[in-house]
Design a protein around this ligand. Structure first.
Ligand code: HEC
Length: 400
């Protein structure tokens, strides 16, 4: 257990600094540590794998279920000739079998052996995990973790270590587990989806042939391609809604004209039940302009075209939907990687923030920040760490 006390100290400080109930993208389930096992000549080193789940979570790690690492495997790449001789090749894979908590498994080597990387892979017996805070985490069925030298060419025993995490399989694909494995394992198909083509988000030329009306029919065909490439339910509904009325009147002689003012049924229904909240305004002027294209192509919990996913009671993705959206847009979270993450593309991000700046937005176009914050303040009672209106000051550096 050479380096584990150090790891625990680091994570102890990390976890206790987080007051918020955040929906994490991954949870730590174990550790891979390169240890000095015995000194002397030549001495031994070992790779130790710890399972930090179940009652072995030590009160610091988040998973309270007994998660078993099935068919665990450690693939090592040699960094020197001694290692090649000892392993019988420049790389070798070691079958570790199943690792249930609280076991720590290790694999020992001569201290003369140098390694340039260690890759741990395993399948998990559970994808739905109970966490110690009473919430549930929907994770991936498998893990691949690569330990690389923190400096220099070789792993240093007593220094190099890393955590093994279970990732929520949501990052841009239905079963994309945080990153694409570099070692050839995993499916090539990450479950990605085409994004629909939204006329309302494009600028068109005034040149004949390139005007919006001239392009509508071609864009309709592109959206038919989206429908032929395994769309999400939300994409199917959106594209059907866009072309439901064949808005011919807006472009004479064009059959398929996208309805830029489309509002999904769930938002229309919510609007009639909550006339005091500008649900349609938020949908038509902020969500559709800055969030919709990506979010309809994601797993259901992130589909902001279904009103339930935007309200706190019914979502499997957000602990507090107003809070999560607020920090992702405005910042203010100690999870700095979540701050200002949305909208998740530069042009959209700039346009979103510039709409809130009267010096830049002289047209003026609708203030998207205000529409979004008013929506979450009214429906969730909060927007990020801010409860006042205007809720989040524009931080330095976030607007161009
Ligand atoms: C360019 C694509 C794109 C755009 C535009 C976009 N998102 Fe996202 N959003 C994503 C992706 C991809 C994820 C999942 C990323 C992850 O968890 O790492 C995500 C995740 C989120 C999350 C959850 C993040 C977390 O930390 O749990 C929130 C909240 C969110 N988006 C809100 C918004 C809002 C609100 C808008 C519009 C103002 C928006 N997004 C625009 C792609 C986008």
């Amino acid at each position: 257990m050479g380096k584990i006390p150090v790891l625990l100290l680091i994570f102890g400080a990390f976890f206790s600094a987080l007051p918020e109930r955040a929906r994490a993208d991954s949870v730590i389930v174990g550790a891979l540590v390169f240890n000095v096992e015995s000194f002397g000549s030549p001495g031994t080193t070992n790779f130790e794998i710890d399972n930090f789940t179940g009652s072995n979570n030590l009160g610091v790690f988040p998973v309270s279920d007994n998660l078993v690492f099935l068919n665990a495997n450690l693939a090592l790449t040699c960094g020197n000739a001694t290692c090649v001789t000892d392993l019988g090749g420049s790389s070798a894979a070691f079958v570790l079998g199943d690792i249930a908590p609280p076991s720590a498994t290790s694999q020992a080597f001569s201290a003369f052996d140098e390694f340039s990387q260690a890759v741990f892979t395993a399948n998990f017996n559970l994808t739905s995990l109970a966490l110690t805070d009473g919430t549930t985490f929907e994770g991936s069925p498998s893990v691949s973790f690569t330990l690389l030298p923190s400096s220099g060419q070789f792993l240093v025993a007593g220094v190099d270590q890393g955590t093994i995490s279970d990732s929520a399989p949501v990052h841009g694909g239905d079963h994309y587990a945080g990153k694409f494995p570099e070692d050839g394992s995993g499916f090539a198909d990450v479950g990605g989806h085409f994004l629909p083509y939204d006329v309302g988000n494009f600028d068109f030329s005034s040149k004949p042939g390139l005007t919006k009306c001239d392009q509508e029919e071609a864009i309709y065909s592109l959206n038919q391609n989206v429908l032929n490439a395994r769309p999400t339910t939300a994409e199917k509904e959106l594209i059907a809604g866009w072309y439901a009325n064949n808005n011919g009147s807006r472009c004479s002689n064009v059959v398929h004209v996208l309805d830029e003012f489309f509002v999904p049924k769930s938002c229309q229904d919510a609007q009639s039940q909550n006339p005091q909240v500008d649900i349609v305004g938020f949908y038509q002027k902020a969500n559709s302009r800055s969030c919709r294209t990506c979010h309809v192509a994601m797993i259901e919990g992130y589909n902001f075209d279904h009103y339930a996913n935007l309200t706190s009671a019914n979502t499997d993705r957000f602990a507090i939907v107003g809070f999560d959206n607020g920090i992702n847009i405005c910042g203010g979270s100690l999870h700095f990687q979540r701050d200002h993450m949305m909208p998740n593309s530069l042009v959209t991000f700039n346009r979103f923030w510039l709409s809130a700046d009267p010096n830049a937005n002289i047209t003026p176009l609708p203030n998207q920040l205000e529409l979004t914050s008013n929506f979450f303040l009214a429906t969730s009672g909060g927007f990020g760490s801010f409860n006042a209106n205007p809720p989040c000051p524009t931080p330095a550096g976030t607007t161009p």
